[in-house]
Design a protein around this ligand. Structure first.
Ligand code: ADP
Ligand code: ZN
Length: 667
């Protein structure tokens, strides 16, 4: 089953790979580097594929597995998702199976028999399974067409998802030297890339590195004031009824936030490692199957979740690294539709994370790594230039030369450029307060006390330690509480203050002296007024929506909703996630083009031969019924039926601005 390619310039040459793409997956053309990777692997080459989430990595091994003789073995760390992955492939007519600990003895024997009989195109396995002699012996007894190592960054200790079981995968190349291997990940730092190559013995492999830009994701990092309320407002105004993920650092915060959202009319479920396995699985399954559920989770949630229509990822706590942030936010918008990555970030985050590193476990090398990860994350938060530009630069992907590079037009700093200001004098005030607290009292204090002193507040703690007698007492009344906290936060981020010990004591660094002596200027980011960012960002996303070709014209919306209801019904009957039936993008195209025949339906993106046979008639019937009932589905140039709710702009009621000045107390 080698690749045949037609000659000549007249027609499009159709390789075996392209034929599979069209017939099985229902797509017209390859994206980005897919074709190059597939060709290389089909020819028996090893490959390392670095592509962002949603970039289309799966096809890079699924199609070679379908083209090459034998079974493609996919190593994936997430057994909980294998069933869905296999269901999705079977819905396309691909002969797929998995072996993991959720199968009982008889079920496993069935899959093994299928593999031995050469009846599987793809077999999914967890990495720990490959350590078993029984598994390797099984693989020896039939033809393996390729090994795909998914989530390959799990082999890297530098990364954020290290899994020791991945280390043993280096044996694949030794034991089956003739079977091509393809390692895939959405993590793109050079360090992780090198570790993958080295630890998996892939130095002879060809590297395919895609652009890591996710243009449909709008990146926003906002000052944290009253996080739960900010989140609620974000969800209600920008993502009502949308599916999304809210990340929190602690299990406790996860529980409280999920309850809070439910109390406020948003359907949300918690997910963290402290819940029993049954509850976790149930919540994950609901998220995958239902339209519009919010999962509030620790970072235990999300890897390998390939739900295409996650519309937002919100962080209520600072991620520990840019890698983590990029991975987590990357779970939004796999389908290429407009999505939001929203992070609320404040002084307390910085103090807390620094404390966790200082007091945490791990050898000095580990702590150094953790510190440099955090520093990069802080610098992303404090940047006054384009967030996307900085993210890409972190992954070694400088924006293309040219004028457009300074502004992506779809992140908060581009939509509402923050000013920077000369914060040297306020910095000196903070630093000299720290000096006095240390020198004069021998006691150690955190940020709250310093801000109280500068603002001249006679709190109980200020009086107890006679801090109202210090020369710096009350010298900082020109700035407000929130601004002072911003100054302290940026001093820490810039390495001019350090957090020490379990109480988060602030101490000077070697660099502080130059500021105190007036030898160094301190530039600071002026946090933009949140109201401005929000409305401009929302306006920006509306504008973008109109220009995304895959997006839905108003008059097609009722029909799209009808199709969604039809899809939900199908998914329920078959016990699969809705997206396994059809993706939103496919339903959109159906709602707009309104195919009348099976032939026309087959021409729509995402409708391959198997799905056409399974759902074609039923979908056409639903479409005909919907079009009949719905005046909005009359010919496209007719006036919309007037049932459409007006697009309301976010209210500029000032209550947001109020929230900014509410003094935030450290939790
Ligand atoms: P990744 O694993 O890199 O995150 P996926 O393999 O899940 O990405 O693909 C992301 C989405 O893009 C999926 O919905 C997939 O069906 C779709 N897709 C992939 N390749 C193509 C293509 N060539 N044409 C159209 N859609 C594609
Ligand atoms: Zn930008």
């Amino acid at each position: 089953m080698l690749v045949e390619s037609a000659e000549g310039t007249g027609g499009t040459p159709e390789t075996a790979a392209l034929r599979v793409l069209r017939r099985v997956f229902g797509y017209d053309a390859f994206r980005g580097q897919q074709e190059a990777v597939i060709e290389h692997v089909v020819d028996g080459g090893d490959a390392v594929v670095l592509m962002p989430t949603g970039g289309g990595k799966s096809l890079c091994y699924q199609i070679p597995a379908l083209v090459r003789p034998g079974t493609g073995v996919v190593v994936s760390p997430l057994i909980a998702l294998m069933q869905d992955q296999v269901d999705a492939l079977r819905a396309l007519g691909v002969r797929a199976g998995f072996i993991n600990s959720t199968l009982d003895f008889d079920q496993r024997r069935v899959v093994e028999a299928e593999f031995l009989a050469g009846e599987l195109d793809l077999l999914y396995l967890a990495p720990e399974r490959l350590r078993l002699e029984a598994t390797t012996a099984l693989l020896d007894r039939a033809k393996v067409s390729l090994f795909a190592i998914d989530e390959a960054h799990c082999v890297a200790q530098w990364g954020h998802d290290f899994r020791p079981d991945y280390l043993s995968l280096s044996m694949l190349g030794e034991r089956w030297p003739d079977v091509p291997r393809v390692a895939l990940t959405a993590t793109a730092t050079r360090a992780t890339h090198q570790e993958i190559v080295q630890r998996l013995g892939l130095s002879g492999a060809r590297d395919f590195v895609a652009s890591f830009d996710r243009p449909n994701i709008q990146y926003r990092i906002v000052p944290k004031n009253d996080p739960k309320k900010q989140l609620l407002r974000f969800l209600k105004e920008e993502h009502p009824g949308d599916a999304g993920i809210v990340y929190c650092l602690s299990r406790n915060a996860v529980e409280r936030t999920a309850e809070f959202l439910c109390r406020n009319g948003i359907e949300a479920v918690p997910y963290h490692a402290g819940l029993d396995a049954g509850t976790r699985a149930a919540h994950q399954a609901r998220f995958l199957r239902e339209d519009g559920l919010v999962v509030v989770a620790t970072i235990a949630f999300g890897m390998g979740i390939d739900k295409p229509d996650v519309r937002f990822v919100a962080h209520l706590d600072l991620p520990k690294s840019v890698e983590g942030y990029y991975q987590e936010t990357g779970r939004a918008g796999r389908d290429g539709q407009p999505s939001t990555a929203w992070l609320a970030y404040g002084l307390q985050d910085v103090v807390q994370q620094r404390k966790m590193i200082e007091n945490g476990e791990g050898d000095p090398a580990f702590q150094r790594r953790a510190r440099s990860h955090l520093d990069a994350m802080l610098s992303l938060c404090e940047t006054v230039s384009c967030r996307r530009g900085q993210l890409l630069a972190y992954f070694g992907q400088a924006p293309e030369e040219g004028a457009a590079q300074v502004s992506c037009g779809n992140c908060d700093t581009c939509l509402s450029p923050p000013e920077s200001w000369d914060g040297t004098v306020p910095a000196q005030m903070v630093l000299s307060t720290v000096v006095r607290l240390k020198r004069e009292r021998g006691q150690k204090f955190g940020a709250g006390q310093i801000v109280d002193i500068l603002l001249g507040r006679r709190t109980a703690k200020v009086i107890q330690f006679d801090h109202d007698t210090l020369s710096v007492f009350g010298i900082g009344t020109e700035l407000g509480e929130a601004e002072w906290r911003g100054v302290v936060r940026q001093l820490i981020a810039q390495g001019l203050l350090e957090v020490e010990g379990e109480h988060g004591t602030l101490v000077l660094t070697d660099a502080s002296a130059t500021v105190l002596r007036g030898e160094r200027q301190v530039r600071m980011r002026k946090d933009p007024r949140p109201a401005a960012v929000r409305s401009e960002a929302a306006g920006g996303s509306r504008q973008r929506k109109g220009s995304v070709p895959a997006d839905l014209p108003e008059e097609a919306r009722p029909l799209f909703e009808t199709l969604r209801a039809w899809r939900a019904q199908q998914a329920r009957e078959q016990g699969v996630p809705a997206y396994v039936v059809f993706h939103d993008a496919t339903l959109r195209e159906v709602a707009v083009r309104r195919p009348a025949t099976l032939g026309e339906l087959g021409g729509i993106t995402g409708v391959g031969e198997k799905k056409l046979a399974t759902y074609g008639e039923s979908l056409l019937a639903a479409l005909a019924e919907g079009a009949q009932q719905d005046p909005g589905a009359e010919p496209v140039d007719a006036e919309p039926a007037g049932a459409e709710p007006a697009q309301t702009a976010p209210a500029e009621d000032g209550s947001w601005a109020e929230a900014v000045t509410v003094p935030s107390t450290p939790a």
